[in-house]
Write a protein that binds this ligand. Sequence first.
Ligand code: GYE
Length: 326
Amino acid sequence: MLKKVLAGLGAGALLFGLSACGGDGDSGEGGDDALVVGFAQVGAESAWRTANSDSVKAAAEAAGVELQFVDGQQEQEKQIEAIRNFITQKVDVIVLAPVVETGWTEVLTEAEQAGIPVVLADRGIEDADEALYTTRLGSDFVAEGHSAGAWAAETFGADTDFRILELQGTTGSAPANDRKAGFFDELDTQGVGYTIVDSQSGNFTAEEGKAVMETFISTYGLDDIDLLYAHNDEMGLGAIQAIEEAGKVPGTDIQVIIVDGSAAGFQAGVDGKVNYIVECNPAFGDQLMDVVAQVANGDEVEKFIAVEEGVFDSTQFEAELPNRQF
Ligand code: GYE
């Protein structure tokens, strides 16, 4: 049973022991025996992210875990620095929400050599580094892309050439890569005829989403565009502003798909400006604390643990809005 986790940790784990330390005199809320967990979070770029940070912090407190929280400000360098600090402090478990998929081999090898297990939260890393983490808890981003593609195929399938603008998430991030791949795979599988008019990153923020959409509009106009596929709510909401400022009606003149499902996203749906919402669930703090405890204990865990999520069309927005937690 232990084998899988130990194999992932390498010899360092055997030398240092799995339940390590926790630094001296943990004065955190958990007391002296508390698990010490270092969490290298992506940043604070979206409502999704803030809700995710809040969920993890609340769950750590409830579980008596001493959480060392570092906001990486969407910069890999900052996250690498945070991980090195966690290693120096000899935390029990490192939780990483990696901003991008590549470039982790060196620092995660250092964690392995120090015998500290790494749990990925939310985003994933490249397959080549699979041995350097114990498990990933988060969403199936490819499935989210497929859901968006299935709605687009149903809505535009009869059109032989429907025209798409895509606002991608942070370049090189798992959700940007996978939401794109799943979406176009679904259209291709269904044999739908389409043109990608343009596809650029809006870095998951409203500001950049709006700026990129303004450039799209000045380059292509909107008359020949059928669909905007935005990889998250913020970019979609920023783009909606740009569409309105250009004198067009989002949701009518151009159909809009967003991913996440924040209250603001649903409100835009209720207002008729968004046509389809693919949910991405940030509230996995409690589940994460359970996984962290299992990993610290040396229990075997699945390599990928999915969080549950749904999809919503315009007939469901109003009823669902009061249920949104972020
Ligand atoms: O969709 C977006 C955030 O990694 C799933 O990151 C997360 C994404 C989420 O910035 O809003």
